[in-house]
Design a protein around this ligand. Structure first.
Ligand code: SAM
Length: 235
């Protein structure tokens, strides 16, 4: 259940300081009743903000692999399982201790990403969203629980900036077909051609850095990748 999750009622009230103390030197001012002025404040393009979200990040392999390559980009993992989230948190803190000044741009939170994205992000805030080896929910009556659905995509499109990228990868052919079918049908997403997918420096991390991806590799399983760009409303 979600009632023990910790989330702000509005993205402007989020305490990013606890996640990225280097980028947010102080916590937000605590107000009993948030003022309209604070709630209406638009995203400041010159202020630091989370840009990449790894949805269902599992044990954190993607983010810990990307973080040192993109030290100025803030990235967050969202993971619903308490123990797994705690593991990733410890993993990041240990990396920060071992390499002072590094890994300051990566963090993780325990969150149900299917419910609470609007509490954390402004429309168009994210430039990348990752859905790597999501739970397949094999049974037909469970398909609506999948993380990529028509309504899920409406929301992801809302939080992705124009030109932003949504990455999916899975070893389950049927799930890949499902994700591609829904993304192809969505007016705000366009699939990247294969050569652009391969030219993207993030693609190798998507394929090979997550714990699930490594497991598939070990079992010589096939991996099905699809990357989509957030495009404008068709006119
Ligand atoms: N992406 C990781 C990887 O490639 O190794 C983990 C893949 S694992 C099969 C799927 C993960 O998504 C699990 O850790 C699960 O707890 C998490 N998850 C499922 N539904 C979620 C949700 N609504 N919000 C956040 N995490 C979720």
């Amino acid at each position: 259940s979600d009632h023990d999750l910790d989330y702000p009622i509005h993205p402007n009230l989020m305490d990013w300081h606890q996640h990225y103390p280097t980028f947010f030197p102080s916590p937000p001012a605590k107000e009993d009743t948030p003022s309209l002025e604070v709630l209406n404040r638009p995203l400041d393009p010159s202020a630091p903000r989370v840009e990449w979200a790894d949805i269902g990040c599992g044990y954190g392999g993607l983010l810990t692999s990307l973080a040192p390559h993109y030290p100025k980009t803030l990235m967050v993992g969202m993971e619903i399982r308490i123990k797994v989230q705690e593991y990733v948190r410890e993993r990041i803190l240990a990396l920060r201790r071992r390499e002072p000044g590094s890994y300051e741009n990566v963090s993780v939170m325990r969150m149900n990403a299917q419910k609470f994205l609007p509490n954390f992000f402004h429309p168009g805030q994210l430039t990348k969203m990752f859905f790597l080896f999501p739970d397949p929910h094999f049974k037909k009556r469970k398909h609506k629980a999948r993380i990529i659905t028509a309504t899920g995509l409406d929301e992801y499109a809302h939080f992705l900036a124009l030109g932003g990228l949504l990455y999916t990868i899975t070893d389950v052919r049927d799930l890949h077909d499902w994700m591609v079918q829904h993304l192809d049908a969505h007016p705000l997403f366009q699939r990247l051609p294969r050569d652009e997918e391969e030219a993207d420096p993030v693609t190798p991390h998507v394929r090979n850095s997550t714990e699930e991806g490594i497991k598939v590799e070990r079992n010589r399983g096939e991996k099905f990748l699809a990357v989509y760009r957030r495009i404008p409303y068709p006119t």
